[in-house]
Design a protein around this ligand. Structure first.
Ligand code: BES
Ligand code: MN
Ligand code: ZN
Length: 507
């Protein structure tokens, strides 16, 4: 999608479709709607006055109303998109509403649109334009990649129309950031969308390496030999059951002149297909387990955006990619594995495997230890780790866990920009006994209750004293139903929040 800013009176905008945001200023619960348009000038309001008075449009969130040949406008069509109640409308509603405009245009063969930047006191213009552009790009993505009759219905051009009063430099930055972030999120989604046969660990490694080459990051993709050399017994225990070799993907962003300060370690679960292994999953819905690399994809997408935005902080991205398969070489329940050691004078922790389907925490254990060995001072991981997190939080919030309140606070700040929804769950030491093993240091599952928490407790053993944030995105990485602003399928969740978390450590 080609995006540009246009500083123009709305009446003069020549376009197939001009979208404007509307809100309801009424405050009482059953009060009659008081419709407002959040536009830099009043031309659209004049064109839409009769229909607004008619009462058929209430500006509810993502409600749309189309007018053809709007009076006094050069635009061929005027689309009103609701943001809901004016007092509550935020840039996160703008992100969705601009997506709704794009997904309105797509099936109608409209390939060029203009959107009026929302003029509202409560919204900072730079962030509003950024959210608008992100929403438009994310909405343009459709996951029907392998349909032989696939029609390209992309919206190819987006003009963001601002008023003369706005700080041009600021909104230019907003536009540029919106493009970078939206494209990075779609890149992550395109990886998540790929089926297991077309995105093996090796291929995921190639995709990451290509991205790094294109955007100027250093990248190494290791496999079996390196896992053995580093004695990554936890990661290898998952990989050993598959004919597909694992990939240990290491991406580095090292801004010039930054030689001290934090080093952020981003660690992603990259299970390209999760059968469960010997503890095999039931057939129903197993096809979904191609998205078990969504945490890894979020990290690759984040590194792409970092390479373009160039924050002044060092970042290492690690993806532990493997296929979890049952075979004659697969690990078995009861096996004991030795994880990578946290230092030359340390023994690797021993792990009793109770369930081979709890494989994500195994690959991440070694990924976290390796990130620390490479110098990470702060860790964040993202993983489709547990079904239990969706039992706890549904599909509205993802889970976030942390061993450090200050580091969590930075993540909470990041959420204000990203608009993504995460809910903090505990990792208190009292839960530790649930993963105690008779035979080894720990076991890889914690029984029936608190499954998302015991998985996080397992990871905490490997983060140790390093400040760490863990994101369990199992319930959010794949959207079963389409929304007006986004297609069903891979969501790209977590990438935007991790990016903003990283930017908060800029020196
Ligand atoms: N990849 C799954 C978790 C998952 C479930 C992701 C549903 C997305 C949707 C993970 O590897 C897994 O199998 N977890 C088990 C853990 C259990 C064996 C302790 C689970 O959640 O059932
Ligand atoms: Mn599993
Ligand atoms: Zn898994």
């Amino acid at each position: 999608m080609n995006t540009k800013l246009l500083n123009s009176a709305l009446s003069d905008v020549e376009t197939e479709l001009l979208a404007v945001f509307a809100s309801d200023g009424a405050t009482g619960k059953d009060a009659k709607p008081e419709l407002r348009l959040l536009t830099p000038d009043d031309a659209p309001l004049k064109a839409a006055q009769a229909v607004l008075d008619g009462g058929e449009f209430r500006a509810e969130a993502n409600e749309t109303l189309l007018l053809h040949a709007p009076a006094g406008l050069k635009a061929k069509r005027l689309l009103l998109v609701g943001l809901g109640k004016a007092a509550k409308a935020t840039i996160h509603d703008v992100r969705k509403a601009s997506g709704t405009a794009v997904r309105f245009a797509k099936p109608r063969g409209i390939r060029e649109i203009a959107v009026a930047a929302p003029a509202a006191e409560s919204m900072e213009p730079k962030l509003a334009v950024r959210a608008l552009v992100e929403g438009a790009l994310v909405a343009d993505f459709d996951p029907d990649t392998y349909r032989s009759d696939r029609k390209d219905r992309s919206v190819q051009a987006l003009q963001v129309v601002t008023g003369a009063a706005v700080d041009r430099a600021a909104v230019e930055i907003g536009l540029r950031e919106g493009v970078i972030v939206g494209e990075a999120q779609n890149f992550a989604r395109s990886l998540v969308n790929e089926p297991g046969n077309r995105l093996t660990p090796t291929i995921l490694g190639q995709r990451a390496a290509e991205m790094c080459r294109e955007y100027g990051l250093t990248c190494e993709v290791h496999s079996t030999g390196k896992l053995h050399e580093l004695q990554m017994g936890a990661f290898w225990s998952v990989a050993q059951g598959s004919d597909e070799p694992p990939a240990l993907i290491v991406m580095r962003y090292e801004p010039k002149g930054v030689t001290d300060g934090p080093v952020l370690g981003l660690v992603g679960k990259g299970i390209t297909f999760d059968t469960g292994g010997i503890s095999i999953k039931p057939a129903d819905n197993m096809e979904k387990m191609k998205y078990d690399m969504a945490g890894g994809a979020a990290m690759i997408g984040t590194m792409r955006a970092i390479a373009q935005l160039q924050p002044k902080v060092r970042v290492i991205g690690i993806v532990c990619a493997a296929e979890n398969m049952p075979s004659g070489k697969a690990q078995k329940p009861g096996d004991v594995q030795i994880a990578m050691a946290a230092g030359p004078d340390r023994a690797g922790k021993s792990i009793e495997i109770i369930n081979t389907d709890a494989e994500g925490r195994l690959v991440l254990a070694d990924g976290l230890t390796y990130a620390k060995q490479l110098g990470a001072t702060h860790l964040i991981d993202a993983a489709t780790l547990t079904g239990a997190v969706s039992v706890a939080l549904g599909t509205i919030n993802a889970g976030v866990f942390s061993n450090d309140d200050a580091t969590y606070a930075e993540f909470a700040e990041a959420l204000k920009i990203s608009g993504e929804r995460f809910w903090r769950l505990p990792v208190e030491d009292d839960y530790r006994e649930l993963i105690r093993s008779q035979i080894a240091d720990i076991k890889n599952t914690g029984g029936r209750y608190g499954g998302a928490i015991t998985a996080a407790m397992f990871l905490k053993e490997f983060a140790e004293d390093t400040p760490w944030v863990h994101l369990d995105i199992a319930g959010m990485a794949w959207q079963d139903e389409a929304k007006p602003w986004v297609a069903a399928g891979p969501s790209g969740v977590a990438m935007r929040s991790i990016l903003e978390w990283v930017r908060r450590y800029e020196g």
